[in-house]
Design a binder for this molecule. Structure first.
Ligand SMILES: [Zn+2]
Length: 132
């Protein structure tokens, strides 16, 4: 577990802004925002979308980063609520996605009475691995 630095606080702010700008619990159920910072320093954001299976905000943010040519991810965070007031840990599916695409990426999570970051790999021990 690591403590957050100034860049991580900026990342949280970006995730909060994207859900604040797009919050919609009535029509499209956009309730979670995410932001991922790449090694390049660029930040990409996303909100969750719903259909039969939906896609989490983290997946949208990682997808936006990959779409823009990024492959090295430094830190990711997801927040829930109208103002993104609650830090949200990644769901099981996102933990697998992060384990596949960004195992070294730090993930901002809440624990006991604080906020810290932990590597994606540590969030999913014994991860499923595609046969090679
Ligand atoms: Zn998820």
């Amino acid at each position: 577990m690591q403590k957050l630095d100034k860049k991580d606080l900026t990342l949280i702010t970006r995730a909060q802004k994207v859900i604040e700008d797009n919050y919609d619990e009535v029509n499209f159920n956009h309730t979670v925002g995410a932001a991922v910072r790449c090694k390049s320093g660029n930040i990409y954001v996303g909100v969750n979308v719903y259909s039969l299976h939906g896609a989490c905000a983290e997946q949208i943010a990682i997808g936006a980063a990959i779409t823009n040519g990024e492959r090295d991810f430094e830190c990711i965070v997801a927040v829930r609520g109208k103002h993104g007031q609650k830090i949200l840990p990644p769901c099981g599916n996102c933990r697998q996605m992060l384990s596949d695409y960004a195992p070294q990426c730090q993930v901002i999570v809440e624990y006991e009475n604080g906020i810290c970051k932990v590597s994606a790999k540590k969030l999913l021990p014994f991860a499923y691995q595609v046969e090679s």
